[in-house]
Write a protein that binds this ligand. Sequence first.
Ligand code: SF4
Length: 357
Amino acid sequence: MLFVKYGSDPRGMARDLLDRAGVSGRIPSGAAVSLKPNLVVARPADGGATTHPEAVAGVIEHLRDNGVREIRILEGSWVGDSTKRAFANCGYDQLAKRYGVSLHDLKDDDPVPVDTPFGPIRVCKLARDAEFLINLPVLKGHCQTRMTCAVKNLKGCIPDSEKRRFHREGLDRLVAGLAFAIRPALTLVDGICGDLDFEEGGNPVFAGRMALSDDMLAVDALGCRWLGIDPREVGYLRHAESQGAGALEVDASGIVELNRPDQSATPAPTGKAARIAGRIERRNACSACFANLVHALRRLDESGVSIPAPIRVGQGFRGKPLSGLGVGDCCSGAERFIAGCPPSALAVVESLSGNFT
Ligand code: SF4
């Protein structure tokens, strides 16, 4: 089962999702809970790279309300950046103080080998031995692997020497191995503001949504749809599925939406995302609908498909006859429109690939 919530309040959204999924009932009595955010670089969440500390705050509050006393935050930033600097710059030092939780830099931890279908992987002990691990990735594009979300976030649980080996010996197969080496009990995706292309951020797209599941492959498959990517085009997901880590299907009947997308204040995109957004005319567009369209246009650009303006999205176009392309049910009066509320980026890509007239 996948749970989805839309909005712009990561703390409240995280709490609601965990409540609705009945997470507290699954935590063994007296167990310590470990949280693994994405702090790949030492940049605040509004840059599109890192997990919003308020999403983590929502998880901590849920756990505290349900009697969990020991909570640890685990992370190892990418090679070349300091996890401790990331804890400080991304608001986690303050978070730890506010809630009395401990921060653990996995770069200081001892690695242990874990067997996987792709050979042994050295995993930091604190991550391997976590009694109840909650994975807290950011959904974003990635210049090498196309996307990063649940499975790839686990790369922060291996030592730097192992990260280097992954790049040397084949990123896709070894990242797929992480789906076997580390098994989080739960994944809560921060899909509030992920980057268009890069794991280090810089081109944030405000999408205003979060997803929760205990199935990493299902949640990654949903993330792919939101980014306009066929999940089987992501090498590490394909490999993980082939070895039985899960299925890359997204069955609509298995998705529980706690609310509908809304028009919560959408910060203006910057960088490359802003250039793409400049081609879109939006009127009272819900954040998720607009973000899906930005991601879809990026994927179409990559494939060399150019979509002529005007491209319209938003509730302000409801019931109006429109020339050109409209995206989402609100634009059903357009010459050509793509149905959905919101249509996923993948639906937009599939509808427009190579056949726009
Ligand atoms: S179709 Fe309209 S109501 Fe639905 S998500 Fe898009 S803008 Fe919002």
